[in-house]
Design a protein around this ligand. Structure first.
Ligand code: HSE
Length: 438
């Protein structure tokens, strides 16, 4: 029986999970794969921290280049993260003809084209299931299971930290700062939590999914990104009274000659399945013309769920190698010469329903002034609620609108914000009655 040699770069939380799974499940994997996987190297600059994984003598080294340059290594797993050394090492491994597995969403979202082209030229596989949704098999679903479908759209919760924070605010009425502290304490947040709470981590994942779903290059900077830092318990409470929940959604819609790709806090009806995904869990709803809707749900982060996806990729690659095949499934779902560049709709052109919250002086004529301005921009109000006075004498007035154009909303907001009777910066949350898919 042949044994393939595996080299792991990065022995942090997920790297240690991968090592543990490869070692503890070695027999099970061999029974399914028909060949062995030997973890020949684990490279990390930190050789002293106990990761709770028993490695054979000589496996843990501090020289990542040795891993990517060793002719015996068949598969390199990159678990370092970031856009610096990880990119250099992946390119070096590819140049040396090695198959590569990575979970590095930021790297793929920003430099995917270069990396995939390098892998295509060299005829090696570059697998990345763990880059989106942790253990959820979203990449496999898009690239393989739904290959007969035109993907119409996707809507999902792709950041466990944000979902955890919003769930805590919803359930406990605590504010954003307190909820973030709890998420950090629970170990969900990225090393730099701004990547999570400002929506960038979700957008990295959305860029990858959008590219695979429609066969398009995605310029990361074209994705509209708004995080959750401005969401208050008050908004969550109002949303609940209207029958909605607030989630940070990744939304992607296929309009043929244009696509939508946006990340922002979104109000979705409490009856929508995505509303029920709470805590650090992730979920993705994919809509295809033949399949209808498919929802994947599971742990989007964490040591062993993410390791599960990585090991799945390693075994896929090993199966291909055992049959002398690589590139069997196109890396980006479409053949390289079929990947185009479909423009992303700018947020100003977005047409959707909105939730507005204005904090205003409680005096006659205020509501009619505001609704008059909204009317001037063609924004039609669907329902209004006013709540009790704050100690300052101001009152929150909230509205749900019929469909309106974002550019008009922004213009109306600038006028309303400048009114003397308006106390705080108005709040806006976009609404998606179908959870981001039409
Ligand atoms: N920080 C990410 C999250 C980890 O909270 O979902 C997985 O990408």
């Amino acid at each position: 029986m042949t044994t393939l040699q595996v080299g792991l770069l990065g022995f942090g939380t997920v790297g240690a999970g991968v090592a543990r799974l490869l070692i503890d499940s070695a027999d099970r994997i061999r029974d399914r794969l028909g060949m062995g996987l030997n973890l020949k190297y684990v490279a990390d600059i930190d050789l002293t921290t106990d990761r709770g994984v028993r490695l054979a003598a000589g496996v843990l080294i501090d020289d990542a280049e040795r891993v990517v340059n060793d002719p015996e290594v068949d598969i390199v797993i990159e678990m370092i993260g970031g856009e610096g050394i990880a990119k250099t090492l992946i390119l070096q491994a590819i140049a040396n003809g090695k198959q590569v597995v990575t979970a590095n969403k930021a790297l793929l979202a920003k430099h995917g084209k270069e990396l995939f082209q390098a892998a295509d030229r060299k005829g090696v596989d570059l697998a990345f299931e763990a880059s989106v949704g942790g253990c959820m098999p979203v990449i496999k679903t898009l690239r393989e299971s739904l290959v007969g479908n035109r993907i119409n759209g996707m809507g999902g919760i792709l950041n466990g930290t944000c979902n955890y924070i919003l769930s805590r605010i919803t359930d406990e009425g605590i504010d954003f700062r307190e909820a973030l502290a709890k998420a950090t304490e629970a170990g969900y947040a990225e090393a730099d939590p701004t990547l999570d709470v400002e929506g960038f981590d979700t957008a990295h994942k959305l860029a990858i999914l959008t590219s695979l779903a429609y066969g398009t290059e995605v310029d990361f900077d074209d994705i509209f990104i708004e995080g959750i830092t401005q969401i208050t318990p008050l908004d969550i409470d109002f949303a609940r009274q209207f029958g909605y929940r607030i989630k940070l959604l990744a939304i992607s819609k296929n309009h043929g000659d244009r696509v939508e790709a946006r990340v922002h806090p979104t109000m979705i009806p409490e009856g929508n399945l995505l509303s029920t995904i709470s805590g650090s869990l992730n979920a993705l709803n994919i809509s295809g013309d033949a399949v209808g809707d498919v929802m994947l749900y599971g742990h989007g982060a964490g040591m062993m769920p993410t390791a599960s996806a990585v090991v799945g990729d390693v075994v896929d690659i090993a199966r291909n190698l055992s049959r002398g095949a690589t590139g069997r499934v196109p890396l980006r779902s479409f053949q390289p010469d079929k990947i185009g560049r479909i423009p992303i709709v700018s947020v100003e052109e977005l047409v959707t329903h909105y939730y507005f919250r204005f904090t205003v002086k409680d005096q006659p004529g205020v509501l009619s002034t505001i609704s008059g301005i909204l009317g001037e921009y063609g924004i039609s109000i669907q329902s209004v609620q006013q709540k009790g006075r704050k100690s300052s004498g101001a009152v929150p007035v909230v509205m749900l609108t019929h469909r309106a154009r974002e550019a008009d909303v922004q213009k109306a907001f600038r006028r309303i914000e400048a009114l003397d009777v308006v106390d705080e910066k108005p709040m806006l949350i976009r609404l998606e009655d179908n959870g981001g898919i039409d």
